[in-house]
Design a protein around this ligand. Structure first.
Ligand SMILES: Nc1ncnc2c1ncn2[C@@H]1O[C@H](COP(=O)(O)OP(=O)(O)OP(=O)(O)O)[C@@H](O)[C@H]1O
Length: 367
């Protein structure tokens, strides 16, 4: 039997059940309507909001040599055009510093996440992680104080959601160290401009990506240990910029800038690092970070450098060594490199690199 209404129903208000399309549309526009930026710039840290922990602080020292300026201009073309940029290069060549520098120049707050094996999609976007406990008082019963605890799951945004919502710049460092599955969420962010949030009680939620959202990702090439091959679909949505170690002159300025040692001392260190690098396997090549470490140690030695020069390099590059036999090989490499530098160092003002082999003085030659 078919039910027939005896009178015309008047439908007031909105229907209770919405279509999926309506739900999507509503959560997208609703999220945009209610957005209040937690902070306007990276420097504005006084708000003390929970998102603050993802903000990238100001860099203490950034060397902006002409080769770095040229490279940043090239990268900025893509970033400004709205494409995610992927900086690929060897460890310690300066990818992260450059990403932070460019991101800061865009003038929007910069948030950051570091990829590693244990990183999940939840670490990128957030989740119902915190439990909020509230006490409710029953004031209707005279002289009786009744309280009950209500436990509410509270949503917390992580860096990707923060950047997508507020139009901030995201730096995703070493993104290929995270399992490819964890990064799948980036596909719809980069392609459709939609961030999909995990469903709760069956309800789907989407955030429309803010037009100012930008992303810079960094990674080592795949020959490094712990690096996953990212999915082609993700790589296809990004612009890839290959980086290599900077020139001798730029590296000298970086070591000098970070350590406060003299130009001459910095040249010696960088010359040695570059020679060691030339004779080391891909993943073990010392980056400029090793040069900065030696430079900081040299600064502390207050002029008494020659006794320790060789040992400082051995100690710094030994961390990437798996056996004692390999360490002995590296030690020999350092001794050879410093002897070679001493033999090049033949002018009247030259300082030897090692105490036991004083040589003629000369202006240091570049590597
Ligand atoms: N332009 C620069 N100005 C000042 N310091 C720099 C510059 N580029 C790199 N550095 C310094 O060199 C070191 C290595 O740089 P950075 O961490 O950016 O390299 P990376 O390629 O991201 O390394 P990794 O692959 O290990 O993450 C850091 O201590 C950084 O501060």
């Amino acid at each position: 039997m078919v039910y027939k209404a005896t009178h015309q129903r008047i439908i007031r208000g909105k229907p209770i059940h919405k279509t999926l399309e309506e739900t999507k549309q509503e959560s997208v526009t609703g999220d945009l309507k209610n957005i209040k930026e937690p902070f306007q710039s990276s420097a504005n840290l006084k708000n003390n909001c929970k998102e603050q922990k993802y903000l990238v602080p100001e860099m203490e020292c950034f060397i902006n040599s002409s080769e770095i300026q040229e490279l940043s201009e090239r990268i900025k073309i893509w970033v400004k055009a709205g494409y995610p940029v992927h900086l690929i290069g060897p460890t310690g060549c300066g990818k992260t510093s450059l990403a932070v520098h460019i991101a800061k120049e865009l003038g929007r707050p910069v948030v950051w996440i570091n990829g590693d094996e244990s990183l999940t999609t939840k670490d990128l976007i957030g989740g119902y992680a915190q439990i909020k406990q509230e006490s409710i008082r029953d004031n209707y019963i005279h002289n009786v104080l009744k309280s009950s605890d209500v436990i509410k799951p509270e949503w917390t945004d992580n860096p990707l959601a923060i950047a997508c919502k507020y139009g901030y710049t995201l730096i995703y460092n070493e993104f290929s160290r995270a399992k490819p599955f964890a990064n799948n969420v980036l596909l719809s962010v980069f392609e459709e401009g939609i961030l999909e949030l995990p469903s709760r009680f069956g309800e789907e939620k989407y955030i429309k990506v803010h037009p100012d959202f930008r992303a810079i990702l960094t990674s080592n090439s795949v020959e490094y240990a712990g690096v996953h091959v990212p999915q082609d679909a993700l790589l296809d949505r990004m612009v890839g910029i290959y980086m290599d170690y900077y020139s001798f002159e730029t590296e000298v300025q970086i070591v000098k800038g970070h350590t406060g040692i003299s130009e001459k001392e910095s040249e010696k260190i960088v010359s040695a690092i570059r020679k060691i690098r030339d004779q080391t396997n891909e993943a073990q090549k010392p980056g400029i970070r090793s040069g900065i470490m030696v430079g900081k140690a040299v600064k502390n030695l207050n002029g008494n450098v020659k006794d320790y020069f060789e040992q400082l390099f051995v100690d710094v590059i030994a961390t990437k060594t798996s056996s004692n036999a390999e360490l002995l090989k590296k030690k020999k490499l350092v001794i050879d490199v410093i002897s070679e530098l001493n033999s090049e160092n033949t002018g009247s003002n030259a300082e030897p690199y090692r105490k036991e082999k004083p040589v003629n003085k000369a202006v240091l030659k570049t590597a």
